[in-house]
Every structure is written in structure tokens, then in C-alpha cells.
Design a protein around this ligand. Structure first.
Ligand code: RIB
Length: 299
């Protein structure tokens, strides 16, 4: 079983700050580190580190070739990563003393994706395979619709939330990942149980996975029991890519045919390990590390 991730590739510039810059303020950063990121790249890294055969389709600019090499170093297939004439996507990430982040994105090459590119990427995939996407590229709705036509199962991480999400055929998804912000944006309510009720009623064929930060996560499906997992308490160094790690490991559990509560626990464990480490893709644990963490915590 393979996963085709049609997703973003970013250069992350990570600034350690005492607090996030306020309007009108000029602030010295304590340090700067450049690294590999993008929700797409991070989720491909997580899938591959979780042991899933992962193909990444995406675009970089001429200076972004090292992102492709990074993916390959995780074992991701990169034949569908192409170079275009636009600047590579990048993110300016502030990380505060509590490890929380604030992200400014420039889409760059990620926004040059075309329907023709998506169709070409999907051409080698069919029944038994999965499509994974996020909302940092364009043509996401087209990718979901075409993938479904070709018999793939489909998963979307709805981050970041913006108007494009409302135009997508979300009813075609097998799996929809949202955090509280994206869930509230789509459902029009902030209470987690209500978000789950609204979205599972609206998308009855879709399993909804709602991540709730320190309150853990839940998985819900229309007409079925909602299952929850608590968050693991760990020393937080940097939360960047914790959600991406969660997505990749949850999908690994689904590919194994595990019940949703097991998928949630595995994903929560992997995400917890990621927040104890600096960086985005570099913070993703291996399957063995996540499994050892779970065993140690007795869950
Ligand atoms: O989810 C974390 C990612 O969001 C970062 O790597 C950054 O590139 C932004 O896309």
C-alpha cells in the first residue's frame, strides 16, 4: 500500500523569541536556524519514518533542491518532485520560550502547481493507494476528486484554514484531519464535540480526526462511537510539525487496519516525541521511537 502526498515543500527560518512580535514592535531574535519544512514535506517525512511507502509530489524553486534531498534521506520517493522558476516556498517561524510557534508562510513554488501536474502525479496510482494532501498548495480539490475517480482513498490535513477549503469536495474524503482552529472554521462552532457532530453529519462517509493540543485528540464517524485519546505530558521544546507527525503516524495505523483508538494513541505518541525536539522535519521520530515511547508510557 502506497501513499502519494501531493504537498508543500518549504524552507523554514526559525527564530527563537521571548514573545511573538506585536504590531508596531521591532524585536531581536535570540537565534536563527534554517531547516526543511512545509506541511507536505513534514507529513511525507512522518509517513516514511513510520514505515509507509511514500511518494511525494511537489514543486521547489531553483534554490530548493536540498528539500528533495532531505525527503530522499527519509526514504521518500522523490521522482515527482519538480523544480520551477519561482522562489521556493518558505516559512518565517517564531518559537517562544514555551515552545509555541507563530508561522508566516510564503507559498512560492508550492502555489505553481497545476491540474496537469496533479494528473501526471496521480497517473501511477490507483486502487489500494492513498492520496494525502494539505492546504498549502493549490489544486487540492482537483487532486481529491481525481484521486477518488481513480479509486484511491483520500486524506486531507486541512491546514492552514482559508477560503479555499470551503471550495473543496470534502465529502469525498476518507479521512479529514483538523485542529481546533480548522475545525471551528469549517463547522462554525468552537466546542469540540459540536465540531465533530457538525462535520460528521455533513460528511457521513468521512472519518474526522480532531486534534485538541493539550486536550488530546478524537476520531469520529457518522453514526459511530467517538473515540478519544489524552495528550502525553512531555517537556515542550518546539511544537512545529507535531501536527504533521500526528497525521503521518495516524495514517500508518489506518494502513495497518488498526482501530481508531490505536491510531490515535500511536499518532499522539509520535507527536509528543516531536515536540521534545527542535525543528520541523528533523523532529519527526522513527516508528521504533514512537512505539518505545508508547510502551514506556504504558498505553
Ligand atoms: O506544520 C509546520 C509547518 O508549517 C512548517 O514546517 C512550515 O513550513 C509551515 O508550513
Amino acid at each position: 500500500m502506497r501513499v502519494l502526498n501531493i504537498g508543500s515543500l518549504n524552507i523554514d527560518y526559525v527564530y527563537r523569541v521571548d514573545h511573538f512580535v506585536r504590531p508596531g514592535e521591532t524585536l531581536h531574535a535570540g537565534s536563527l536556524r534554517a531547516g526543511c519544512g512545509g506541511k507536505g514535506l513534514n507529513q511525507s517525512a512522518a509517513l516514511a519514518r513510520a514505515g509507509v511507502e511514500t511518494w511525494h509530489a511537489g514543486l521547489t524553486g531553483p534554490e530548493g533542491g536540498f528539500l528533495r534531498e532531505k525527503l530522499a534521506s527519509f526514504g521518500v520517493r522523490t521522482e515527482l518532485v519538480r523544480e520551477v522558476g519561482e522562489t521556493t516556498g518558505h516559512a518565517i517561524i517564531q518559537v517562544d520560550g514555551a515552545g509555541q510557534n507563530s508561522i508566516l508562510l510564503y507559498g512560492g513554488a508550492n502555489r505553481c502547481m497545476t491540474e496537469a501536474f496533479v494528473d501526471e502525479a496521480l497517473a501511477g496510482f490507483g486502487p489500494g493507494d492513498w492520496l494525502l494532501a494539505q492546504n498549502e498548495t493549490v489544486c487540492v480539490g482537483h487532486a481529491v476528486a481525481r484521486a477518488k475517480e481513480r479509486g484511491l482513498r483520500t486524506a486531507l490535513n486541512a491546514a492552514p484554514a482559508d477560503g479555499a477549503l470551503r471550495e473543496m469536495p470534502l465529502e469525498l474524503l476518507d479521512l479529514l484531519f483538523v485542529n481546533e482552529v480548522e475545525g471551528a472554521f469549517l463547522a462554525g462552532t468552537e466546542e469540540p464535540e459540536e465540531i465533530a457532530a457538525v462535520l460528521t453529519e455533513r460528511y457521513p462517509e468521512t472519518t474526522l480526526v480532531l486534534t485538541l493540543g493539550e486536550d488530546g485528540a478524537l476520531a469520529a464517524r457518522h453514526g459511530r462511537e467517538t473515540v478519544r485519546t489524552a495528550a502525553f505530558r512531555v517537556p515542550t521544546v518546539d511544537t512545529t510539525a507535531a501536527g504533521d507527525t500526528f497525521t503521518g503516524f495516524f495514517l500508518r495505523g489506518v494502513l495497518d487496519g488498526r482501530p481508531p483508538e490505536d491510531c490515535l494513541r500511536l499518532a499522539a505518541a509520535a507527536g509528543a516525541v516531536a515536540v521534545t525536539r527542535r525543528g520541523a522535519a528533523d523532529s519527526v521520530p522513527s516508528y521504533e521511537e514512537a512505539a518505545a515511547f508508547l510502551a514506556e508510557r504504558g498505553r
